[in-house]
Ligand binder design. Structure first.
Ligand code: CA
Length: 234
């Protein structure tokens, strides 16, 4: 069945470019040029995925994201945010509200369809959960025994480092914000400075050796574990 993507974007050229490439990639893409029409369209016929520009007239992208994630009927619809360069703080807010991914303009059509496929695959449950059989970039995690190895060699991590790594590995290829990492490592309502997370990440990278390079810093936003899983096109 053809998967439907709703593009909410007020710049006609960008919207048309996204639509063209998604149609070519085998999706059925429709465009709304403002948030109000976008919400109405989603209510009338929920799409499989939303591509959401953050800077929109009227209801902006962040508010729209908040509304979609607040409503149980629309919460499950994956959202990929589209932003201009320099809007990192909005990206952080969007990811923390539950958006699945983001792209910074200008982006390539190839990146776009790869991101859309990755998010949809993830939602469909086609990507493996992290368990002893999961290896990403040579890193293997055994969640039951709290063991980590790189290329078969065991690595000794602190509990916090282990939890951070496991969290990053649970969605390889996707950016996690510092606050999301803090919550994953220590639970909600824990006050911890973002700098502390940076220190843990630095230590974690060092212990992982060669594989530590797979933990990528996304300036102003958070961290991402580069993935050999996501990079594979079907
Ligand atoms: Ca815009």
């Amino acid at each position: 069945m053809t998967q439907r993507v709703l593009i909410i974007e007020d710049e006609p050229e960008i919207a048309a470019m996204i639509q063209l490439h998604l149609d070519r990639a085998g999706f059925q893409a429709t465009i709304c040029d403002n948030g109000e029409d976008g919400l109405a369209s989603i209510a009338a016929h929920a799409p499989d995925l939303v591509i959401l520009d953050l800077m929109l007239p009227g209801i902006d992208g962040l508010e729209l994201c908040r509304q979609l994630k607040y409503d149980a009927a629309t919460r499950v619809i994956p959202i990929i945010m589209v932003t201009a360069r320099g809007e990192e703080s909005d990206v952080v807010s969007g990811l923390e509200m539950g958006a699945d991914d983001y792209m910074v303009k200008p982006f390539s059509p190839r990146e776009l369809s790869a991101r859309v496929r990755a998010v949809l695959r993830r939602r469909a449950g086609d990507l493996p959960e992290v368990d002893e059989s999961t290896a990403v970039s040579g890193i293997q995690v055994n969640t039951d025994r709290h063991e980590v190895s790189v290329d078969g060699v065991s690595v000794d991590l602190t509990l916090t480092e282990f939890q951070i790594l496991r969290f990053l590995m649970s969605r390889p290829g996707f950016v996690r914000t510092r606050d999301q990492i803090i919550e994953a490592a220590h639970g909600p309502h824990v006050v911890m400075s973002k700098r502390t997370i940076d220190v843990h990440i630095t230590a974690l990278r060092k212990k992982l050796g060669r594989a530590g390079d797979a933990i990528e810093t996304i300036r102003g936003v958070g961290y991402r574990l580069e993935s050999d899983v996501i990079a594979t096109e079907p």
